[in-house]
Ligand binder design. Structure first.
Ligand code: HEC
Length: 157
């Protein structure tokens, strides 16, 4: 092995070891089911399953941390997605959000699903079960539509 290659390999190894020490917060905040989107909206089991397998790892406090969330550099990527995902939308805090904001958030969720923007592409690569078929997407967006309708009725009352 030539010297240059040896130095490069050692550098890569040292960097790989060093980045293992960058902390990643994998602690799930406490879950109060009362505030959960699926519980509060009394979602049917099939709908619960779809949201839990396609969205909840990044958009709830019920994240299931995979083995690669314990090894850098993937751990940094996963940690960041979960942190950012929860910041944008946290299904565990659904009833904590202002009810007035629910219709707009629901529309956002529908848009992300029908545009194939969510779940993130990298995620479905590693979680093939989270890849949504057209039929599953329609089930989810129809459910979201039914909730939007309900919020309208509540506003009118
Ligand atoms: C791998 C993690 C991951 C998964 C799984 C995931 N999301 Fe996201 N989501 C993110 C991240 C990160 C953001 C913020 C950055 C962005 O918009 O790309 C986000 C943003 C969003 C937003 C807000 C967009 C905005 O512009 O504010 C909505 C709505 C959303 N996701 C819905 C969903 C739904 C619905 C699912 C399931 C079908 C889902 N996400 C699955 C990571 C994820």
């Amino acid at each position: 092995m030539n010297k240059k290659l040896k130095i490069t390999l050692w550098t890569v190894l040292i960097v790989l070891i060093a980045i293992q020490f960058i902390p990643v917060d994998r602690e799930n905040p406490k879950v109060d089911v009362e505030h959960d989107f699926l519980v509060a909206s009394q979602a049917p089991e099939q709908i619960q399953h779809l949201f839990k397998s396609a969205c909840y790892d990044c958009h709830s406090n019920e994240t299931v941390w995979p083995w690669y969330a314990y090894v850098a550099p993937t751990s940094l990527l996963v940690g960041n997605h979960v942190l950012e995902g929860r910041e944008h939308l946290n299904f565990s805090n659904w009833t904590i959000y202002d009810a007035e904001d629910h219709p707009a958030i629901l529309k956002h969720i529908k848009k992300e699903i029908s545009n194939n923007a969510m779940p993130l592409a990298g995620y479905t690569l590693l979680h093939p079960e989270a890849k949504l078929s057209d039929e599953q997407k329609v089930l989810m967006t129809d459910y979201i539509d039914s909730l939007i309708e309900k919020t309208k009725i509540q506003v009118e009352q």
